[in-house]
Write a protein that binds this ligand. Structure first.
Ligand SMILES: [Zn+2]
Ligand SMILES: [Zn+2]
Length: 96
């Protein structure tokens, strides 16, 4: 898990803690995920820990704002995976 400085606020709770939010890679860099904005979800430290604990699929189910971020960025939920429509990237559960 890596922290990036970012001037936005957390997608889930709108908080900025310690002056920065993390940019969570929806598709992890380890599996070839890019640094493009569609793949980066701005989260505060605590929400970031949570997405790593429960995985993206459950996280998006719990938080409407995360789901709308994904849909806005061309991700679509197909049989338990988030699939990026333009780039054909997929996130199975996003657990790491
Ligand atoms: Zn992350
Ligand atoms: Zn948060």
């Amino acid at each position: 898990m890596k922290n990036y400085k970012h001037d936005g606020s957390c997608t889930v709770c709108n908080e900025i803690r310690d002056g920065f939010v993390c940019l969570h890679h929806l598709k992890s860099r380890g599996s070839g995920g890019s640094d493009d904005s569609y793949n980066l979800l701005p989260l505060c430290h605590w929400c970031h820990v949570t997405v790593h604990n429960i995985g993206l699929v459950s996280f998006a189910k719990k938080h409407e704002s995360v789901k709308s971020f994904l849909l806005r960025n061309n991700w679509e939920l197909c049989s338990g995976k988030w699939i990026h429509q333009a780039n054909n990237e997929e996130v199975l559960n996003g657990k790491k």
